[in-house]
Design a protein. Structure first.
Length: 304
């Protein structure tokens, strides 16, 4: 009986400690809003409360069913006498309409898996249609009288003077022809050189609040102009998704293709969903475009 009690005591002690640790671990997930329009960003916050000294294995979700992870913040850890608190914010969005539930997040504490205890539901909707609004038919073009007609006599008089001066100058040049000077041939730059020059000028710009849309539009145009000149790809009328499919046919490495697709999606979020990226995001996306152009230019012959 004494020999058996020696084993029972450690087992009971282990159960008590494990129960104590489990009781101190809490995982929570929340969002700043539960209704969004398609393509709008939403902030998802994941919090973990764990005992001090317990090793924590954080989740590394690159995608969530029906949602895309746009960006994630670094882990913010705060320690106190009550334990340790770890917080991370993820910016997500969705292009699938409906009401979706985000599955629980798994965090490993001291080798044991724990899951967020609250379910997160988000409704993704289109812009609401109001049948009570008036029907707006296409109207014909309405001719508007130009207020500048009163300036026509003055314009004709100035044009006559310019024509007379040009006639006198032509007569003078015929009597005294100027020596013809050989003009140097124009410098023709390659699509790669023009793209690198445009990216260098763009990197010197730090878009302030409200200028992010112009910045990402210019960044997107650099890539489109390069593809049009280098590979004779018609890019003006194509969406970014169609553009990625064309670039995929050029055999860009999968890792670079994925990063380029994410960069173009970020540009769409900025231009159409009013998303405001961080300064580091601007630099990263510009670098992704630059590296992609370098890889394409090194693997293929210019068609200029």
């Amino acid at each position: 009986m004494k020999a058996g009690s020696k084993h029972i005591i450690p087992v009971l002690f282990f159960c008590i400690v494990a129960s104590s640790v489990q009781g101190q671990v809490t995982i929570r997930a929340s969002v700043d809003r539960d209704r969004i329009l398609i393509g709008e960003p939403v902030e998802l916050t994941v919090e973990a409360f764990t005992p001090l000294g317990s090793p924590v294995g954080w989740f590394d979700e690159d995608s969530i069913p029906h949602f895309e992870v746009v960006s994630r913040s670094p882990l913010d850890t705060v320690e106190s006498i009550d334990g340790k608190k770890i917080v991370q914010q993820l910016v997500i969005t969705s292009f699938d309409s409906g009401r979706w539930q985000i599955p629980p997040f798994q965090v490993n504490v001291a080798g044991q898996p724990y899951y967020s205890d609250t379910s997160v539901n988000i409704s993704v909707n289109y812009v609401a249609y109001n049948p009570a609004d008036d029907y707006r038919d296409i109207k014909q073009i309405i001719e508007v009288a130009s207020p500048s007609l009163k300036y026509v006599p003055w314009i004709l008089a100035i044009a006559s003077l310019v024509f007379f001066a040009a006639f006198l100058w032509l007569l003078h040049t015929r009597k005294h022809p100027a020596r013809k000077q050989r003009t140097p041939p124009p410098v023709i730059t390659s699509p790669y050189e023009d793209a690198m020059q445009a990216l260098e000028e763009l990197s010197q710009r730090q878009p302030s609040e409200g200028e992010e849309k112009v910045y990402y539009t210019d960044l997107n145009d650099v890539l489109r102009i390069y593809l049009n000149r280098k590979f004779n790809i018609s890019t003006i009328e194509k969406t970014n998704e169609q553009l990625i499919l064309k670039i995929k046919d050029l055999n860009l490495p999968k890792d670079n293709l994925f990063k380029l697709a994410q960069s173009l999606k970020m540009g769409d979020f900025v231009k159409f969903a009013r998303y405001r990226p961080e300064v580091t995001d601007n630099k990263i996306n510009l670098e992704v475009v630059r590296v992609s152009i370098e890889i394409l230019d090194n693997n293929y012959i210019s068609v200029v």
